[in-house]
Design a protein around this ligand. Structure first.
Ligand SMILES: [Zn+2]
Length: 655
């Protein structure tokens, strides 16, 4: 088969699938479109830019935005250049925006661009978000409202009769208009994506997309490849708040571009500078947004100000109305490809009326020392990636943390609130750790036992040993929740857990929640059993535990002053126990698609049961909090967080 024959065969196959889904008429139209647009482009280039179009046509309705009225670029002036890269006249083809939340990007970039496409520069458009529901709800609520208020409703083809069982025209997943369509999909796209030639591709929240979907490979790469039919006129827009440094897609995409930052002038000295939360100066970390607290530790709102990096002059949140319109984008690097521009916008730029500097300081105070919250702050406020501190520390550093108390007891001054157990099931034994938990995840390991016996037999000494452990009191506590690993001898594990009315659940580890990569666990009903199974992303829990156990040990010495997540260990464990606890490390794996993925790997020659037990005991605490949270929120519709959980436990114990 020659190359051109192969191409023709490939095309015929694509067309067959295409027709099957959308019907022959639609297929023919879309096919011709791809051929026509590139040929016609010199004659039909719109003279308007995206920003001109938005200023002329868009009215924002109350309820859709906190800032209703005609669309004004003065509110979010930093978005204007980004939007104009998407204009037909602009030579820029790839636009990357690494961003914090609440900077007005959905209205200012996504909605304006979609309206411009429909009205001014139509073409086949694919909008892919981190999950399908988000993508479709953007179309259903935001895009529909934009179409309505910009007077574009007459351009949208009405929903037509079902063709081959599929609705076409105007649906929440697809809008058809003269010269193109807008299709909203999640990363789990079916084979039909392969058959679409796409002129405009918009990948939103790309850090939430899985590295691979089944045999289809990387969904993002798949979407971008679809634009190759439109070599001259395509536009690729990638936006996201970042997540983990090691697996982020948006950060490397930002780095490949020309790395633009928005410089604004100081109202005192005129010095142009990008807004920064913190930066390094003479080897020290300097915070630019300053605030004070009262004697109760609460934020003094009037104290919040930004300090000019040159003259030290103070700027207030209200000054945004002055300095934002006077700002400009400055590239800080050479892009790796032509026509590729990348932008970074943190929530520090959020316009007046959206997210204030006071709100940001308030959120920072709320972070305290909780790594989970700090990650959220870094990702969504600063728009920066979070570096996992998950590398396995040297076991001897953790061993040096052992304190002056023995198994089954607690050190003086310890104030635990609940006790959980994590049990790891091997073929010939069960190992289990008993962990006592105090406020803000402070933990005391109070027992670790190995019960030998074949675990396939539900009546073996191994299971009898575990059952006894569950009945006992540990440092005065009855265990509130026990997680039993169900990876080995699953039916026996289910049957064991089913003997308890509550508080004992099977756990299944190593689950990656493709649709929600940030999720820690989910529960799954087991048909025929009373207990539900807890499916956990063990990577998240290992990351959390390693963060806790290594915190404050950078100088090779154990920390002395307790902090949230502080881990206490008794005198009795030998070195082997600590080697097991530190049995895994994080390594980078490069997939065939070139996407990097972080995975946890057992260090050669080390057993890891102690680590598994600890991870399950930690997951048990999360499940206890989760059950409580669900109950409270269902009954009262008020939010229930970890703070409420600790407060409730303290009260119930009369502390
Ligand atoms: Zn200044």
């Amino acid at each position: 088969m020659t190359a051109s024959q192969a191409k023709a065969a490939d095309r015929a196959e694509q067309e067959a699938v295409w027709e099957d889904i959308f019907g022959p008429e639609r297929a023919r139209m879309d096919r011709e479109l791809a051929e026509d647009i590139d040929a016609l482009i010199p004659e039909c280039i719109p003279v308007m830019s995206v920003s001109e179009w938005a200023a002329a046509r868009r009215i924002l309705r109350t309820g859709v935005t906190p800032l209703p009225g005609p669309y004004r670029w003065e509110v979010t002036p930093y978005l204007r250049e980004i939007a104009d890269c998407l204009s037909a006249l602009s030579p820029v083809q790839t636009v990357v925006v690494m961003k914090g939340s609440r900077i007005g990007a959905t209205v200012g970039i996504a909605e304006n661009w979609f309206g411009y496409i429909i009205d001014q520069a139509p073409g086949p458009t694919l909008f892919m978000s981190g999950d399908k529901e988000t993508a479709q709800s953007v179309v259903e609520t935001r895009v529909d409202a934009m179409i309505e208020s910009a007077g574009l409703a007459h351009k949208i083809a009405p929903q037509s009769a079902k063709v081959h069982g599929k609705k076409t025209g105007d649906t929440k997943a697809r809008k058809d208009f003269a010269g193109g369509f807008l299709m909203a999909v999640g990363p789990r796209v079916s084979a039909k994506l392969r058959t679409h030639g796409i002129r405009y591709f918009y990948g939103d929240e790309i850090d939430d997309m899985p590295a691979e979907v089944g045999r289809q490979g990387d969904p993002l790469a798949l979407g971008i490849r679809r634009t190759s039919d439109y070599e001259l006129t395509r536009k690729i827009l990638l936006t996201s708040s970042p997540t983990l440094k090691e697996t982020s897609r948006i950060e490397p995409a930002f780095v490949r571009g020309d790395r633009r930052y928005y410089y604004v002038p100081c109202k005192h000295c005129g010095h142009m500078q990008p807004l920064r939360w913190r930066h390094e100066r003479d080897g020290e970390t300097v915070y630019r947004l300053k605030f004070e607290r009262d004697e109760m530790g609460r934020l003094i709102r009037s104290s919040v100000h930004y300090e000019c990096e040159k003259c030290g002059g103070h700027w207030k949140n209200a000054d945004k109305g002055w300095f934002l319109p006077r700002g400009e984008w400055r590239a800080t690097a050479e892009a790796e490809q032509a026509n590729y521009q990348s932008y970074h916008v943190s929530a520090l730029y959020s316009p007046i009326g959206m997210q204030s500097w006071e709100a940001i300081c308030q959120e920072w105070i709320g972070v305290g020392h909780e790594p989970l919250k700090e990650k959220g702050f870094i990702n969504t406020v600063l728009g920066e990636t979070w570096e996992q501190r998950g590398h396995a520390p040297r076991p001897e550093i953790v061993e040096a943390r052992k304190e002056g108390y023995h198994l089954g007891t607690l050190p003086e001054g310890a104030r635990p609130l609940v006790v959980t157990i994590g049990a790891d099931v091997q073929d010939d034994r069960i190992e289990a750790e008993v962990v006592a938990w105090g406020v803000e995840w402070e933990s005391w390991s109070i027992d670790y036992r190995v019960f030998p016996g074949l675990t396939v037999d539900g009546d073996s000494p191994a299971w009898r040993g575990l059952a006894e452990m569950l009945q006992e009191r540990h440092a005065g506590f009855t265990p509130i929740m026990t997680m039993v690993d169900s990876g080995h001898n699953t039916p026996t594990v289910y049957a064991f857990c089913d003997r308890y009315t509550s508080g004992v659940m099977p756990i299944k580890g190593n689950i990656r929640f493709q649709d929600a990569p940030r999720l820690y666990y989910k529960t799954a009903k087991l048909p025929g059993y009373r207990a539900s199974r807890v499916d956990v992303n063990t990577d998240h829990f290992k990351e959390l535990f390693y963060g806790q156990v290594t915190r404050g040990t950078a100088d090779g010495r154990p920390p002395t002053k307790p902090f949230p997540g502080f881990c206490h260990f008794p005198l009795d464990y030998d070195s082997a126990h600590y080697r097991q606890l530190m049995a895994e490390e994080v390594v980078d794996e490069v997939l065939k698609t070139g996407v990097r993925r972080r995975i946890w790997k057992q260090i050669h020659g080390r057993r890891n049961e102690a680590l598994d037990c600890r991870v399950y005991a930690l997951a048990a605490l999360f499940v206890v909090q989760g059950i409580r949270k669900e109950g409270i929120e269902k009954a009262t519709e008020r939010k229930y967080g970890w703070k409420d959980f600790w407060a409730e436990l303290l009260t119930s114990r009369g502390l």
